[in-house]
Design a protein around this ligand. Sequence first.
Ligand SMILES: [Fe+2]
Length: 207
Amino acid sequence: MDEVFGLFPTPFMRARGVLGGELVRALVGHFAARATNDNNSSPNLSHTEMLKPSDSPLFGEAAGLIKPKLADFGVHLFGERLPWAVKEMWVNVLDTGGRQAMHNHANSFISAVVYLTPTHPGSQTVFMKSPGGSEFMFRNDHAATKPTEFSADKWVSPAPEPGDLVLFPSYLMHAVPPNQGERRITLSLNAIPAQLNSWGYVIRFGG
Ligand SMILES: [Fe+2]
């Protein structure tokens, strides 16, 4: 039988219901009104300032629930269960018509999103293949082509429920299409391992 191998796949983890309803409601209640920073992508998108988990009891509680998932996901990135720290957290408020442009997260290894409200199916987070990279400089995309996990250049993440967490490598490009639904609120975060050790050459992060 012929075999096709998926070489060097990108890990993407979904952990459902990581934050309970009470904490989700408390985060929305506290932070939605504090999302006053404009975003360049869209006038209907705003976010709070970036905080360390220790700056806010609600963020601290959320980070405590998310941390074991960072360690689980980190095994896929670095082949070892490492201690992880949440570096910064913030809340995004995406009103009807708002969108988030394609971006990734610098100075970080794992990025994550927790969905705090229902998400309209049209604005589920979309992940994209890197626009540069090692692809052919030819395309075959027309009405009769059917993208596969190998040929697609974008992927719509699964429909989330409030409290669901997704984790992905920080280099991965992602975006949110225009929100055709109600106000959509998410909690984003960046995380780093305590250290990386390449045969004795150790880099420590944090501080
Ligand atoms: Fe992001």
